[in-house]
Design a binder for this molecule. Structure first.
Ligand SMILES: N=CN[C@@H](CCC(=O)O)C(=O)O
Ligand SMILES: [Zn+2]
Length: 432
């Protein structure tokens, strides 16, 4: 048996496993009883998977004859699973800072959207952008997320709204996946808005008859990896009927359903998504009680997006009611030109203050539950044997400082590790 391993993280003040019985998600009780070991160590094997997590003395005795490519003495520090961002729109061109000023002055999201701004503004710039430029900005944004502790991220298309640009975006995501250590779950979001000059019916027809069939061909030929399908189900965007048709078509080609629902109006998205077996529904500021019950029953995760509710001054999603109803609650940054935040620590902080999550609930929502929302909680989202060796090492004697110190992740995060490799060391500049 190989006695050489990739990484030993030893003598940590705390190792937060999140869960330690192979749970695929946590609901309220589990989120308030996270698995934590004091004075502990972690071993990551040469294959990048976790080999052992346990009390430092136990690990020291068990691995006394082993060698390690790298050893980090985490004395006085804390170890957490890498953070999972279950909702981002990171591929885009154009600058919408002027729209932030408009919203600060009182304009609503849909007023800007209807005036041809918002998604439409970004669509114009993204269609015109070279793939190489989109890749450069995507890499930079993903490395920024990585420095903030994200090790698995969902990346959407959705600023093309036609075949050529949607594929350009998905290919850029594919290129980033193959050239960066961060793990990526890819989402087709061609129904992010109704393109100018088309009706909802025409846009839906183009997606069903042109975009999805071509995507299916490329996926079948192994030329593109896409995991999820998304639709912006909203008044003035895609209605429930068109949303259902598009999501159903995506499901039939093997894509997980993870869509924007009940954000600005109660569309009964949650009820419909639960009925379709959606893995996740995002936003949910306006979800009904019946929708929560349906999601809990169907084990459809709620991906809450605190930055968007904060920036748009929306009513907060009823996170506590969702937890009480047994819904699997996850978090995402919703990084996009409207909500320009790459930091899951900030997202967790906002989820605690504005959505009244406890810090343990927020951490579970940004690890195991976000991984569940992406269909990856069997390999990511907690520090358990045979899961990916993706972890954070904090300059803090209590892990809660990652959430408590608002905007302080640059100082709190000492190392980010993906697959047992140190990809960020805040004492050095790494160019991974
Ligand atoms: N609501 C729709 N889509 C994004 C915003 C995208 C944009 O404004 O560019 C969201 O999740 O908030
Ligand atoms: Zn979004």
């Amino acid at each position: 048996m190989s006695t050489n391993h990739k990484l030993l993280v030893k003598n940590a003040k705390q190792v937060v496993l999140i869960c330690n019985n192979g749970e695929k998600y946590l609901t309220k009780h589990g989120m308030n009883n996270l698995s934590v070991i004091e004075n502990a160590s972690v071993v990551i094997g040469s294959d990048g998977l976790i080999r052992a997590v346990g009390p430092a003395e136990t690990i020291r005795a068990r691995y006394s004859e082993s060698s390690f490519d790298n050893v980090i003495d985490a004395t006085g520090m804390c170890v957490l699973p890498g953070l999972v961002d279950a909702h981002t729109h990171p591929v885009w061109a154009g600058d919408r800072v002027h729209e932030f000023a408009m919203k600060l002055a009182g304009a609503t999201y849909m007023e800007v959207h209807r005036a041809g701004g918002g998604i439409h503004y970004t669509v114009e710039h993204t269609r015109a952008a070279a793939a190489s430029d989109l890749l450069t900005s995507l890499r930079s944004r993903l490395q920024r997320m990585q420095r903030a502790g994200t090790t698995l991220v969902e990346c959407k298309s959705g600023y093309g709204l036609e075949l050529q640009t949607e594929l350009k975006m998905l290919e850029v995501i594919e290129e980033a996946r193959s050239s960066l250590p961060i793990n990526i779950s890819s989402t087709y979001c061609g129904a992010h808005a109704v393109p100018k000059g088309k009706t909802v019916a025409e846009a839906t027809e183009d997606i069903l008859q042109v975009q999805l069939p071509r995507l299916k061909e490329l996926m079948s030929a192994g030329r593109l990896q896409v995991h999820n399908i998304d639709v912006f189900c909203e008044q003035g965007v895609f209605d429930l009927v068109s949303t259902r048709a598009i999501l159903q078509a995506g499901k039939e080609m093997g894509l997980n359903i993870n869509f924007h629902g009940d954000e600005l109006h109660p569309m009964n998205s949650a009820e419909m998504g639960a009925e379709l077996g959606a893995l996740a529904i995002s936003h949910l500021e306006e979800v009904t009680d019946e929708g929560m019950v349906a999601m809990a029953k169907a084990k459809t995760a709620a991906v809450l997006l605190p930055t968007t509710a904060y920036i748009l001054r929306l009513p907060q999603p009823r996170a506590r009611d969702m937890l009480d109803a047994g819904v699997i609650v996850a978090l995402g940054s919703d990084f996009n030109p409207n909500a320009y935040c790459c930091s899951m620590p900030v997202v967790m902080h906002l989820a605690c203050v504005n959505m009244r999550l406890s810090m343990t609930e927020a951490l579970a929502a940004a690890t195991i539950n976000a991984a569940f929302a992406l269909g990856h909680s069997d390999t990511h989202g907690s520090l358990e044997v045979n899961k990916h060796g993706d972890l954070l090492i904090l300059n803090a004697t209590r892990w809660e400082h990652l959430i408590y110190q608002l905007g302080g992740h640059q100082e709190v995060i000492r190392f980010v590790v993906i697959g047992g490799n140190v990809v960020y060391d805040n004492d050095k500049t790494l160019d991974l």
